[in-house]
Design a protein around this ligand. Structure first.
Ligand code: HEC
Ligand code: HEC
Ligand code: HEC
Length: 105
């Protein structure tokens, strides 16, 4: 009886560890539909490679529940992607020349 409970406990702990490890190390890329402008792929690994920490985005800019709805009006704001993609910190979302850096047809 105690033995069985012990095994269940160990299995539960392992599942919890794998789940946490998955969250910490295996963020998927997030694909946005993008409508007529073309699909946008947000790369987690890519952004991490740019020296960004999880906390730079979560949860002050993005929740972890996918996915934010980003309207055309928000391209001109200072929230969501535009919190960084403002043409100063990094390339912006307003110039024609930059659209294709995110939107792929
Ligand atoms: C440059 C910003 C940015 C950074 C840095 C970032 N994320 Fe995200 N993350 C996003 C965006 C954007 C989404 C999509 C959710 C949305 O649109 O609100 C997302 C979604 C997620 C999700 C839910 C979707 C999924 O893949 O299951 C998890 C979990 C997550 N992020 C974890 C992390 C962790 C852990 C780190 C650090 C290792 C991290 N993120 C770093 C922007 C970021
Ligand atoms: C916390 C800041 C931050 C946020 C928020 C952020 N980015 Fe970025 N992003 C960067 C930086 C920094 C780069 C690197 C640009 C460079 O090296 O010139 C980058 C680069 C990119 C690139 C690569 C462009 C290329 O030329 O290959 C794409 C695509 C991109 N971001 C999409 C997004 C999308 C979509 C969102 C919102 C869902 C987002 N980013 C939110 C900081 C951010
Ligand atoms: C930093 C990345 C990024 C850049 C640069 C960017 N966009 Fe977007 N755009 C997005 C994301 C993310 C969405 C949200 C897609 C979704 O929710 O399906 C979006 C959505 C859109 C939409 C659909 C909005 C809606 O209400 O459905 C249009 C139209 C659009 N972008 C046009 C443009 C144009 C035009 C440019 C250049 C002037 C541009 N975008 C530059 C990331 C970007």
């Amino acid at each position: 009886m105690g033995n069985k409970f012990g095994r269940i406990l160990i299995v539960s702990i392992c599942i919890a560890c794998f789940a946490l490890a998955g969250v910490a190390f295996a963020q998927k890329d997030v694909k946005y539909d993008g409508g007529t402008a073309g699909a946008v792929l947000f790369g987690h690994a890519y952004h991490k490679g740019k020296d960004l920490k999880c906390t730079d985005c979560h949860t002050k800019i993005f929740s972890r529940k996918k996915e934010a709805k980003i309207t055309k009006a928000e391209h001109n704001g200072d929230k969501l992607c535009a919190a960084c993609h403002d043409g100063k910190k990094t390339f912006g979302m307003k110039a024609e020349a930059d659209c294709a850096k995110c939107h792929k047809k």
